[in-house]
Design a protein around this ligand. Structure first.
Ligand code: ADP
Length: 687
């Protein structure tokens, strides 16, 4: 709290406030001095040192809110990113599983088709031809039956998708029938040696031996010798799919084989239409460690456009693209790898497409790492940007806030310095925040109080010295005056009876002497300045009594003296009854003297818990403007000779102030003068 702690403010012509006298860590305390003696301390709220503190608090609040927020954003995005990655992994793996199941279903379907073909009547009718061919003979119905079977196989092309070339081969691996399903062309049969083979090929006992080892009644998958492959020899490119072979048997005797090159169309279609995730690519490669030509061969690839049905002219090896993949598959049949320098993730699963063969496919899907991270990076960036903006704004606000607090405080400090240096008109503008306004108000109030105290002290000092002088003169004059009066009385007694004129002169001397004596008494009264004898007394009867003292004077001047306002019985005041009466008499006398004949003087009383107010109101000509500032000056009077000594108001003021009250005399706006005595009801301690 701010305030002034005052000890004693009496008879001191100047008050000095030194600033900053003390500036402790949490408060400003400036003692003010009078004649070198410390008479009080001005204490101000602990605001100055807290300006910096406020800035710091503002900063800390900003940091304390933005940093957890930033951590929250980072944590939340990191967590969501993990969750998202897990979801994507599960999704991609799920798709791979479904895809592999679909491929398997199609391959199974083709195996079933091979079996159905082999047991068809058209095929069975060809069995005797096969038997004859195996023995190196030409069956009499070779051409008829071969033609029927060929047409039958040909007619399949519109209903059975998935086969490329179908062959019927005798036990020695000579091709008797060869049909390009889907291309509508039947190879012309050319006679080689005694048999009309469909393909010109060397007798390949190796191949015949490999075929002979295939299990009965099952569709097996083999690699055809290069010389049986379409286009082999030029830019050699092995076909994507192995050739399906089903042994043809009758009564436990193997007669030949039905061979089908799978075209891969239905699987291509399946792979093409299966949805990709996050701009990823699908790729299938063969793992075939027994055959270096096929090991790592890319069968299907979104990136290069390679298809099972239409392989790339140049074979691509998966090892050259992702060297780690085959190794990884060897260790674990499914998983995920970071490839292409971390730009992509490769999800893979191994699949065994051919029953009875250790050839497998690795079916893999790539996902762009960036497409996984991008949304979260954007959120992170936005979060960081937000934090940055918040911190910058926080700093700006902290600066603005501290400035708006610091500026008025600086102004206050400057004003206090000016005040301390003697500029008693220095005041601070009361603006800014509530605390600052309170501070400015406290200072202004203090300055006003000090100014007033100084004025009162100067007044008191003047009065005191005047009083001393007046008392001296009074005492000096009293003795000669008394002598004059005694002499006058003596002379009157000794004067002859007929000396009328002399007697009148002596009376005049006595009257003037008495008048001078009265003046001297009031001067001595004024100079005496006795402290009040404080006792409680009831105000209402006291007021009646005081008014009664002046009834005669009022009547002489034909002035009505009236009590106005409500009567307050039981309003008791602590004070010097007779001194206060003297003060009130002076005011009433002034009012009566100022009121023209037939006029009226009003006396009223207000009383509350703390204060009493006595008002004397007249309707005379009021106070002349040039007299206004000097009313309370001792010996100031505007009255004619014999009417006043100019001490009434100064005596009254002295009495009222000794009771810690106030006295004001001012012109009333509606004419005349209003004099107000305001007294505390309870005498202060030590009064
Ligand atoms: P005095 O009455 O002896 O002149 P005061 O100190 O009582 O001395 O008054 C000083 C002066 O104040 C008066 O001379 C007069 O000019 C002015 N004054 C005081 N009371 C009144 C009043 N009620 N109406 C007009 N002037 C007044």
């Amino acid at each position: 709290m701010s305030g002034i702690v005052s000890r004693r403010v009496a008879f001191c012509p100047s008050v000095a406030l030194r600033y900053p006298a003390m500036l402790r860590w949490n408060r400003i305390a400036a003692p003010f001095r009078c004649c070198g003696e410390r008479i009080g301390v001005l204490s101000l709220p602990p605001t100055l040192p807290t300006v910096k503190l406020q800035t710091n608090i503002f900063l800390w609040v900003t940091l304390a809110t933005t940093f957890p927020l930033a951590l929250l954003v980072l944590g939340a995005t990191l967590y969501s990113e993990r969750q998202y990655e897990e979801t994507v992994t599960a999704e991609v793996n799920g798709r791979l599983v479904i895809l592999i199941a679909e491929i398997d279903r199609r391959l199974y379907y083709q195996r079933q088709m091979m079996r159905s073909l082999a047991s068809d009547d058209a095929a069975r009718a060809f069995y005797p031809v096969l038997r004859a061919a195996t023995a190196g003979e030409l069956h009499p119905e070779f051409f008829t039956r071969a033609g029927r079977l060929t047409r039958f196989l040909e007619s399949l092309q519109s209903v059975v998708p998935g086969f490329g070339t179908l062959r019927v081969v005798d036990f020695n691996a000579n091709t008797l029938i060869k049909v390009h399903i889907g291309r509508g062309a039947i190879t012309l049969q050319e006679g080689i040696e005694s048999l009309p083979f469909a393909e010109e090929e060397p007798n390949d006992p190796d191949f015949a031996r490999r075929l002979a080892q295939l299990p009965d009644g099952e569709v097996s998958f083999i690699t055809l010798p290069d010389d049986r492959l379409e286009g082999a020899g030029e830019a050699f490119r092995p076909p994507a799919l192995l050739t399906a072979v089903l042994p043809l048997e009758e009564e436990g005797e193997r007669l030949g084989y039905l061979m089908g090159d799978l075209s891969g169309d239905p699987i291509d279609h399946l792979l093409e239409t299966s949805p990709r995730l996050l701009t990823g690519d699908l790729i299938i490669a063969e793992i075939n460690p027994e055959n270096p030509v096929r090991h790592g061969l890319v069968l299907y690839d979104d990136a290069s456009g390679s298809r099972l049905s239409a392989p790339d002219a140049e074979p691509i090896e998966i090892q050259s693209r992702w060297p780690v993949l085959l190794e990884a598959v060897e260790k674990r049949p499914y998983g995920m790898l970071q490839v292409d320098g971390g730009r992509r993730r490769l999800f893979y699963q191994e699949y065994l497409p051919y029953p009875g063969r250790l050839v497998s496919w690795v079916v893999a899907m790539t996902v762009e790492s960036e497409s996984l991270r991008a949304p979260f990076n954007r959120i992170r960036m936005a979060g960081m940007l937000f934090v940055l903006v918040a911190v910058v704004l926080g700093l700006l606000l902290a600066r603005m806030g501290s400035r708006s607090v610091a500026r008025p405080i600086r102004e206050l400090a400057t004003t206090m310095e000016a005040y301390g240096a003697g500029d008693h008109s220095a005041r601070v503008e009361e603006r800014g925040g509530e605390e600052i306004r309170t501070l400015a108000h406290a200072f202004n109030h203090m300055a006003d109080t000090l100014d007033h105290a100084q004025r009162v002290m100067v007044e008191n000092a003047k009065l005191a010295s005047l009083g001393e002088m007046a008392a001296g003169i009074g005492h000096e004059l009293n003795n000669p005056l008394n002598n004059i009066l005694s002499l006058v009385r003596l002379m009157e007694r000794q004067m002859p009876e007929d000396a009328d004129r002399l007697r009148r002169d002596l009376e005049a001397i006595r009257d003037e002497s008495l008048r001078a004596s009265r003046i001297i008494r009031s001067v001595l009264n004024f100079a005496r300045q006795v402290p009040p004898e404080v006792r409680p007394f009831e105000l209402d009867p006291w007021l009646e009594e005081t008014a009664g003292l002046l009834l005669q004077a009022a009547r002489d001047r034909q002035v009505e003296l009236a009590r106005v306002g409500e009567r307050r019985e039981g309003c008791v005041v602590e004070g010097d009854r007779s001194q206060l009466q003297q003060a009130l008499v002076n005011l009433l006398l002034n009012a009566i003297q100022a009121t023209p004949a037939g006029g009226r003087v009003e006396l009223s009383l207000r009383c509350d818990e703390e204060w009493v107010e006595l008002r004397v109101r007249d309707f005379g000509s009021g106070i002349a403007p040039d007299a206004e500032g000097r009313l309370f000056d001792p010996f100031f009077t505007t009255k004619g000779e014999g009417e006043g000594a100019g001490l009434g108001l100064s005596i009254s003021l002295g009495i009222v102030e000794r009771h810690r009250g106030t006295l004001t005399v001012h012109n009333h706006p509606e004419g005349g003068v209003e004099a107000v005595i305001r007294l505390p009801r309870h005498a202060a301690d030590g009064a």
